[in-house]
Structures are given as structure tokens and as C-alpha cells.
Ligand binder design. Structure first.
Ligand SMILES: [Fe+2]
Length: 201
């Protein structure tokens, strides 16, 4: 349970504040009733999450990795990767996609789980470190300012989804496409067999 009182410019306090912001957006999404209200929240949450991930991956994680240990840090890395795939899919889809709400809901569930692990397992270990947490926090704030001014750099997950194009949609849509393709192959095979048998006669 995370209930430490820290100065607001402490690196851990900054992360905790970001966590609370996105959790609050997830709750707002669950209560939102109109498409436009939901879209506003999705857009804001995706930006918050992308900035938060850059700050952790570039600054916070490398600083604490050795002390926290590979097991917890690698799991956190993988959770970022999965979240970023979903973020990239949401960035590349539109409101017309009937899985958009579901995709954002799964992203929210997965990020809530990630936040809980960070707050219950990673951050208590980080707190033991004898480092200048205010200086670390300042580096994070400076980077955040830069990202807000110049934009968030694209990541490999966005490149992956862009390359896959519309083929990465949903398992249901992919199965339907497979079924149509199998149907077409069967028809073509049957047509070829009947042509062969007519030729023999
Ligand atoms: Fe994280």
C-alpha cells in the first residue's frame, strides 16, 4: 500500500501523481456516456501514458534497475511493451472501430495492474536507495517539458502496428477473414477438380 508522505518534487511522488492522473481518467471513461466524451478521455490518457512511459524508460528505470533487480524490472518492461502495443493500435484506429472501447478498457486493466506492481513491489525497494530523488525528479520534469513542447518520439510498437496495417484488428475480425479466405480456397480447389474430371472424360 502506497501511503508515504513525500515532497511533491521527489521522483517517486511525481510518478505517483501520474499514476493517480491516469487512474482517474480510467474511472472517468467508465462513467462517460457519449462518444465525444470518451474520445476526449482516451486522447488525454494516451498522451499521459506515452509521456509517463518515456520518463520511466529513459530516466527512472535505468537509475533504479540494479537495486530493484532484473525480475521486477523485466516484468515492468514487458508490461510497458504490451501497453504500448495497445496504445499504438488505439492511435491508429478511429471511433468507427467497434473494438475501440474494449481495447481501451483492456489497456486500463493492464495499466492498473502495472501501477499496482510498481507501487507495491518496485517503489518500496527504490525508496531504500541513497540517491538525490529531487535531482532525479527534476530530470524527469525537464524531459516532460521537452516532450510536451517537441512531441513524443515514435516507438517500435507504433512502427510494428503501422507495418501490420489493418491486418491487426481483432481476433474475431482476423478469424472472419481466415474463414472467407478458406472458403475461397475450397471453391477454387473444387472448381479445379471438376475441370480436371471433365478433361478426363
Ligand atoms: Fe511504469
Amino acid at each position: 500500500m502506497f501511503d508515504w508522505l513525500l515532497p511533491e518534487d521527489h521522483a517517486i511522488a511525481l510518478l505517483k501523481k501520474d499514476h493517480d492522473t491516469v487512474k482517474n481518467l480510467f474511472e472517468q471513461f467508465e462513467k462517460a456516456e457519449t462518444v465525444s466524451a470518451k474520445e476526449k478521455i482516451v486522447e488525454q490518457a494516451l498522451t499521459e501514458l506515452r509521456i509517463h512511459a518515456v520518463l520511466e524508460e529513459e530516466i527512472f528505470y535505468p537509475t533504479v534497475r540494479r537495486h530493484v533487480g532484473g525480475k521486477i524490472m523485466n516484468e515492468a518492461d514487458e508490461e510497458h511493451h504490451v501497453a504500448k502495443v495497445l496504445i499504438a493500435e488505439l492511435d491508429s484506429s478511429t471511433v468507427k472501430n467497434d473494438h475501440r472501447d474494449a481495447k481501451f478498457t483492456v489497456l486500463a486493466e493492464s495499466v492498473r495492474h502495472h501501477i499496482k506492481e510498481e507501487e507495491d513491489q518496485m517503489l518500496p525497494k527504490v525508496k531504500e536507495l541513497d540517491i538525490d530523488f529531487k535531482a532525479l525528479g527534476q530530470r524527469m520534469l525537464d524531459r516532460k517539458k521537452e516532450l510536451l513542447k517537441n512531441g513524443i518520439p515514435s516507438d517500435p510498437e507504433h512502427a510494428l502496428i503501422a507495418k501490420a496495417g489493418r491486418n491487426v484488428d481483432s481476433p474475431a475480425a482476423a478469424a472472419a477473414r481466415r474463414k472467407t479466405a478458406t472458403g475461397r480456397t475450397k471453391t477454387a480447389t473444387a472448381r479445379a477438380a471438376s475441370t480436371r474430371s471433365r478433361a478426363k472424360r
